[in-house]
Design a binder for this molecule. Sequence first.
Ligand SMILES: [Zn+2]
Length: 247
Amino acid sequence: MASGSSNHQISKPLADNLHCYLWYGHGNNCNSCLFTNVLEGNRPHILIDPGHTFNEMQEDCLNSLREAIKIDGFSIDDVGLIINTHSHIDHCEANDTLSRKHPIRIAMSKSEEDFRHTLGDRMNTMFGVESPKFTTSLYLQEGILALGKEKKKLELQVLITPGHSPGSVCLYWPVKKVLITGDVLFFGSIGRTDFPGGQLSALKESINRLSQLDIDTIVPGHNTELGDIIKGKNVHRNFQAIKTYFG
Ligand SMILES: [Zn+2]
């Protein structure tokens, strides 16, 4: 499944300016998305969930992503904004390396930022991993997040969807009917709620909200045995299956 020297599989772009990088390594890491050429200035790309730097199997996740983005003709060094769906280390650890190299804005919800510095930090200590040190400079709020200008303008709908973690967000792009879910739901499955800050009832409510959107494509935060990106009729089927299995 690897592409070149990358453990990320490069999917067909979901739109001219939306590229998805699906993790197919052996250990854990998240899928990443890249909106290209949106922002003003010399770092115009927006990266959703850069993932691990190195994972528990010592796979070089960040360089794998760097390579995958390069294969698509872009550079991770041209990212000006990182949006994190949530603060679990397998979604945001690489924020540190990337933001040390260049001044990159980093966004997540305020409730997730609060969680990150309290329970989330204690959870990392419990698991014997170091918490990332990056500074969040943009707090995501429920509603429209407008990025870029004029022809390059990108409007994403931010949905605060707690349950897997207290301040998880999903990003919905109405123009292309794409939903990026982080760890709220996957193909045939839902996010874990047994980590600190998880709550099953909240997660079910969040998923119920998402099921009411008009969606063509879901990009989940991880792949499952059943698949990765969820498309077309499978979007509805997936919501139905989740409702049947998880209530
Ligand atoms: Zn997570």
